[in-house]
Design a protein around this ligand. Structure first.
Ligand SMILES: CC(C)(COP(=O)(O)OP(=O)(O)OC[C@H]1O[C@@H](n2cnc3c(N)ncnc32)[C@H](O)[C@@H]1OP(=O)(O)O)[C@@H](O)C(=O)NCCC(=O)NCCS
Length: 446
């Protein structure tokens, strides 16, 4: 491109400013990205590699795993051989193994070509060691193997050198035998061993569809329940393996798993950075959490509640006020960002506490965060001996009443000091309250 000719690029230099907000989001996180063999062969693959280059430019560390299902099937067809297994889940006989080695070499080469074209350094290593699966339910798995050990130091050193490790599903054992390993499982094990924050499966399917309904977001518990209650046709057969591996990765500390269509232009970046995404994201249950606010949260609380104050939904609190009363605040945190907050105010001697400043960032509204914050407040107030929790609101009556189950009250239900404050404030807020019982334990997902 000649200097100054921007007509062949849809991006204007000024657009680059917008990228800044993405820079800190996942800086230094490790993402393990697993591509099905058919995705490497798809015409969108070069675009996917460009997306990977964008991730790298944002300092996200990437490890790539690939499958070989399609290439193995095609190779077997060409050779007129009936493969003993395609996905590394059943026994791999010697003939299938020979084809699998060829398929793996081919896919790996295609990936290296695309990565080279995108200006990314990559390395194929023997950092993951396999061992024979042995005999399972009476069946000799022959050349099918499982991950024995991950040399995380080797992989992390490569990543530190700006090299993208490329891991194929044909691994070597300690004795130097090649073994066929299922690539979904391989990705999950790598993500676990490397402490990755995401494992991302790029598939030829538009994410998980449970009973015909596409799922954008599933909690680990919800996915476990779907798998346990599996009736035929509940989840697409080929996505079952990915779902099980996603569960396994999340159970072992990986925060999120994504299953999405790798054939869509910009799909990978959309899934990661768009608020809605396009595939299915499975999140660990301990990921969204409510905790007591700390001093350093005061500014974030002040910032996020500003919008509510502007719309007269919340009473204005200065930063100093929040700092001084930080112990009364609790926050809902996702990915180290505070996305919601609330505070509890005590009225000693009145047996009552007030929940206030309940605020959820607009994008996260309607996802149960507000209800959980109020539930958490109820539990915390009951624990501190309060018999009643009340709330004053001008614009969220329906939320406190309909969603949180609070009852209509009058200013007479308030502790005297608060009643006077209400009168003096002139906000004409509605009063709601809830009786608390210390025995009642509500499940709060923290
Ligand atoms: C009110 C607020 C805290 C609710 O949080 P949230 O995370 O969106 O709420 P949840 O997801 O737990 O509950 C969603 C339900 O509450 C309802 N809801 C949310 N805000 C509401 C409001 N102002 N009035 C009536 N209902 C409301 C939604 O319609 C939804 O109902 P549904 O379950 O029947 O679909 C949030 O919308 C917010 O921060 N609003 C701005 C600040 C504010 O008004 N705070 C209250 C003053 S103390």
């Amino acid at each position: 491109m000649s200097h100054g000719s921007t007509h062949d690029s849809p991006i204007k230099p000024a657009d680059l400013r917008g990228i800044l907000k993405y820079v800190p989001m996942f800086r230094d996180h490790i993402f393990v990205i697993a591509l099905d063999g058919s995705i490497v062969e798809h015409e969108n693959f070069a675009n996917t590699v460009t997306d990977i280059a964008v991730l790298r430019s944002l300092n996200i560390k990437v490890v790539l795993v690939h499958g070989i299902g399609k290439q193995l099937r095609d190779g077997a067809e060409r050779a007129g051989i009936r493969p003993s297994d395609i996905y590394g889940e059943g026994p791999t006989d010697a003939k299938t193994m020979a084809l699998a080695r060829e398929a793996s070499a081919l896919v790996s080469q295609v990936m290296q070509e695309a990565l080279s074209q995108a200006g990314l350094k990559c390395a194929v290593t023997n950092a993951v060691r396999a061992t024979e699966s042995g005999v399972i339910r009476g069946k000799d798995m022959i050349f099918t193997g499982k991950v024995e050990k991950v040399d995380t130091a080797l992989l992390k050193n490569l990543i530190a050198l700006d090299v993208v490790p490329l891991v194929s599903p044909i691994l070597c054992s300690r004795e130097g035998t090649s073994l066929r390993v299922n690539s979904d499982l391989l990705a999950a094990e790598l993500a676990t061993a490397l402490g990755a924050s995401k494992v991302i499966y790029l598939t030829p399917y538009p994410g998980l569809t449970v009973d015909g309904e596409p799922e954008l977001n599933l909690s680990l518990d919800a996915l476990r329940a779907v798998l346990a209650a599996r009736k035929s046709g509940n989840i697409e057969e080929r996505l079952l393996s990915k779902s099980r591996c996603a569960v396994r990765a999340l159970e072992n500390g990986v925060a999120r798993a994504h299953i999405l269509d790798g054939r869509i232009l910009g799909g990978l970046l959309t899934e990661i950075f768009d608020k809605v995404g396009l595939g299915t994201m499975i999140h660990a249950n301990d990921y969204e959490q409510i905790r007591q606010a700390r001093k350093k949260d005061a500014r974030a609380i002040h910032n996020i509640t500003k919008q509510g104050v502007r719309n007269e939904m919340l009473v204005q609190r200065t930063l100093q006020y929040i700092e001084q009363h930080i112990d009364n605040y609790f926050v809902y945190e996702i990915d180290d960002s505070i996305i919601g907050c609330a505070y509890l105010r005590d009225y000693p001697g009145a047996g009552a506490m007030e929940i206030g400043s309940v605020y959820v960032q607009p994008f996260y509204q309607g996802k149960d965060v507000g209800r959980k914050l109020v539930e958490y407040g109820e539990l915390a107030a009951a624990k501190r001996g309060a018999k009643k929790l009340f709330a004053l609101t001008t614009q969220a009556y329906g939320f406190f009443h309909g969603v949180c189950g609070m009852e209509d009250g009058t200013p007479d239900d308030l502790p005297p000091g608060r009643r006077d404050e209400l009168k003096a404030g002139g906000r004409n807020s509605k009063v709601l309250f809830k009786k608390l019982s210390p025995e009642k334990k509500k499940p709060v997902r923290a």
